[in-house]
Design a protein around this ligand. Structure first.
Ligand SMILES: [Zn+2]
Length: 146
C-alpha cells in the first residue's frame, strides 16, 4: 500500500472521535436499534408525532435528524410511522451525500480506484451508506466533480 494514501486514511480515521465514529447507518440494523433503545430510555416512549401532531397513532418511532446517529437526544425527533417514512424519503437518502465534503469524495474515489479499501470499508470510514459509495465511485453522484 503506498504510504501517502495510508497516512491520509489514518488521518481520516483519526478525525472521527471514538464512539462517534460513523458506520453504515442503514446497513447496521443492530446499531440503529441499540441507539433507538438508548433514546427511548432517556426520553421515554414517544406519545405524539412532531410531524403531523397526531396523538392517536398506533406506534411512534424515533427519527434521526442528522443521519449520523449521534448519541445526542436533540438529534432525534418522535414521529408516527407514516411521517417517519416520509421523513426518511426526504432526508434519509440525501443527508449522507450532502454531509460529505468535496475532498472526501475525491478521497473515496482515490482509495477505491487504487483498491486500498472496498466499498464496504469505505462506507464505515466515511459514515455513509455502501450505495452512496458505489454511486460516488461510479460517478452517479457528485458528477460535477471530475
Ligand atoms: Zn405523524
Amino acid at each position: 500500500m503506498p504510504t501517502g494514501i495510508y497516512e491520509r486514511t489514518e488521518k481520516i480515521l483519526a478525525s472521527y472521535p471514538r464512539g462517534e465514529r460513523h458506520y453504515c447507518w442503514r446497513g447496521s440494523e443492530a446499531g440503529d436499534r441499540s441507539l433507538h433503545i438508548w433514546v427511548s430510555r432517556i426520553m421515554g416512549k414517544p406519545r405524539h408525532c412532531s410531524g403531523c401532531g397526531t396523538k392517536t397513532a398506533t406506534s411512534y418511532e424515533w427519527a434521526n435528524i442528522s443521519g449520523k446517529y449521534k448519541r445526542d437526544v436533540s438529534d432525534y425527533k418522535r414521529l408516527c410511522k407514516l411521517c417517519h417514512v416520509e421523513f426518511d424519503k426526504m432526508y434519509g437518502e440525501n443527508l449522507p451525500q450532502t454531509k460529505l465534503r468535496e475532498f472526501e469524495v475525491r478521497q473515496i474515489r482515490d482509495l477505491y480506484l487504487k483498491k486500498v479499501f472496498h466499498s464496504g470499508q469505505l462506507c464505515k470510514i466515511f459514515g455513509v451508506t455502501q450505495s452512496n459509495i458505489l454511486a460516488i465511485v461510479n460517478h452517479k453522484s457528485w458528477r460535477r466533480l471530475k
